[in-house]
Ligand binder design. Structure first.
Ligand code: ZN
Length: 272
């Protein structure tokens, strides 16, 4: 168990417990919020597209809307080091990836976070989420692994306060791929899609390195641009004893069990 995970567990002993999803007392992750994430893993939203869609935005899918328990879990995992939430979040992200019908051997490429922010948080939420998602996919029979190949190419301005056009301009050329990916099929993964500028830039950088960008997947999509739902009926995540649901241990109280990066790129959201 990592030091952070031990610390996280010790907090349970000394702090009053509040649900990361809804704030209810008595549990760090309540039954109701467990059910919300489990539902996203069983029946992901599917295809999503920002409006307006930035140039180069790839085919993309999300598991849920960025609200309520899902938003709470993402923020708690990222900002407050609730590492145990990575499993239900990864289950939801894996479901979103599966709606894209990725080919065997697909590489999941996380969007890099600002290294200074990663140091301040003490963990890299995107990398952790991508790795847990790849494990989840493999357990569901999808040969997937992660490739931490994207790095910031330059310093960019804070995205908050910028409109969609300004965000796209701010991020143009902001990422680079640190090795060639000729012929490799890749899916960009991230926690949230907002304007889509980050995913579009990631897709551009990967394609420039020879990667075949199959699509992008996120746990959530912001609701101010309602997702264009296409796969709820087309391709629900296949149910199965090892693939449906999220975090059974969470139902026993506390977080679900815990499964087993540089410049800086601001998020699509203020939450990154
Ligand atoms: Zn809750």
């Amino acid at each position: 168990m990592a030091v952070r995970e031990v610390f996280d567990a010790l907090l349970d002993l000394v702090l009053p417990q509040r649900c990361a999803g809804c704030g209810a007392g008595g549990s760090r992750w309540c039954r109701r919020c467990v059910a919300v994430l489990a539902s996203a893993a069983r029946v992901p939203l599917g295809r999503t597209s920002p409006d307006p869609q930035p140039p180069g935005f790839p085919v993309a899918a999300a598991a849920a809307r960025y609200e309520g328990a899902v938003r709470g879990a993402l923020l708690a995992h990222k900002e407050r080091g609730r590492l145990g939430l990575v499993r239900p979040l990864a289950a939801a992200l894996a479901a979103a990836v599966r709606t894209l019908d990725p080919p065997p051997g697909v590489l999941l490429v996380p969007v890099p976070s600002d290294p200074g922010t990663v140091r301040a948080r003490g963990h890299d939420h995107a990398r952790r989420l991508a790795r847990s998602t790849a494990r989840r996919l493999r357990r569901c029979g999808v040969a997937a692994r992660t490739a931490d190949v994207l790095v910031p190419a330059r310093v960019v301005a804070d995205q908050s306060g910028l409109d969609a056009r300004a965000r796209a301009a701010n991020l143009a050329g902001a990422l680079r791929c640190r090795r060639r990916l000729d012929g490799c099929v890749v899916v960009v993964v991230d926690d949230v899609v907002t304007s889509g500028a980050t995913l579009a830039e990631a897709a551009r950088a990967l394609a420039a390195a020879g990667g075949v960008v199959h699509g992008a997947a996120t746990v959530a999509a912001t609701s101010r641009r309602p997702p264009v739902v296409a796969s709820r009926l087309l391709r629900p995540a296949a149910p199965g004893p090892s693939c449906a649901g999220a975090g059974t241990a969470a139902r026993r109280g506390g977080d679900p069990p815990v499964g087993p990066r540089g410049g800086g790129l601001p998020s699509d959201t203020s939450a990154r």
